[in-house]
Design a protein around this ligand. Sequence first.
Ligand code: FAD
Length: 390
Amino acid sequence: MAKSSESVVIIGGAIVGSSIAYFLREVGFSGAITIVERDPTYQQSSTALSASAIRTQFGTPVNIHMSQFGADFFRTIKDRFGSTADIGFVERGYLILGGPETVEVRRAGVEMQRKEGADVAALSAEELKQHFSWLNVDDLGVATTAWRDEGWFDAWSLLSLVRTSARDRGVTYVKGHAEYVEVSGGRVVGVKLSDGNLLPADWCVNAAGAASASVVRGIGIELPVSARKRTVFSIKAPLSRDGFPMLFDTSGAWIRPEGEGFICGIAPTEENDPDATGDFEPAHELLEDVLWPALAHRIPALEQLRVERAWAGHYEVNTLDHNGIIGPHDEIPNLIFATGFSGHGVMHAPATGRGVAELVAHGEYKSIDLSPLGFGRVRSGTPLHESVVY
Ligand SMILES: Cc1cc2nc3c(=O)[nH]c(=O)nc-3n(C[C@H](O)[C@H](O)[C@H](O)COP(=O)(O)OP(=O)(O)OC[C@H]3O[C@@H](n4cnc5c(N)ncnc54)[C@H](O)[C@@H]3O)c2cc1C
């Protein structure tokens, strides 16, 4: 539990790091908070390059609870940040499609999610066809959706609001590259910057996203977090955006409305998904080879589409189990991880921010128990299995 005279240094100032700083003030921590950020333009941060969607359809209760908190945070953004605050939150369910062989498993998933308080439902292929006439349901058996707490928003606006608020409440953003964490006597004592300066720290939070493994490698910690490239295509198509969901196809392809058109993507196969540190070149071949055929099969209107632009960002993939790693290192109690979200870090940033802030300020989780996401499972190599991974 931190005293008010103590200092917190957060490595990485995008949505996760900034949310932690914001919530540290929200929970009453009055000590010094410094965020070290190597690129204040955030050009290559996952946050800026994300598809910025939120879902409660997870296979793990803790992920569902984090999303519920996130959705509530997004809905009430004006209460927190003032009447002009706007993150363009479109509250609309994901539509996750499944083949006939998945009906039982998917219905069981919905049962579990409903038990955890998610407002989700399963639709049959007939119901799907009634609601979404533009969809080819021939090879489908089921789809699941949510009536609330899912949708999409603008991550950049969210980051700006959280960051500005943190700054206004005395959080210092320092431009610098954190080279490693300095440890002495089993505790972090500071963060060493590449310009040679040492930022003294009573608490250190590693929120460096896809680069978070490199920050602790020097002290012998092998964090299973790897930068994996994900390409987003912005397209125009002769298809109405009215009521169009965040659609996840059985092929792994996804598409949702954005601006005057749509954005869409698909993950590469595992063999074609190496660590991509430093590589931000969009994987254009994915569109022709896999994504377009998959989309056109599912939505015949997409046989015609025009690509406007494409970009690539990094998922900070936790190669152990595709779930966030949140909480202290087992042997270095003042070193806290907040990374490895594997494609759901923006939606889970508010809950992570509040959880880590509670941990630092109160010595325990007060709201959502995030301990299932702790470092212990990394140490023991015991994955927390998440069945709904995109
Ligand atoms: C294409 C794509 C689509 C996505 N879609 C979604 C989605 O729909 N919903 C969702 O919730 N999530 C999505 N994600 C994932 C989400 O973007 C990330 O999980 C989230 O942004 C992680 O936030 P972060 O602050 O931890 O990391 P980042 O945003 O990457 O921030 C880390 C920051 O740390 C800084 N940094 C790194 N190393 C150092 C260092 N040594 N010293 C100083 N600073 C350092 C970086 O400059 C960066 O600004 C998507 C990601 C991508 C790439």
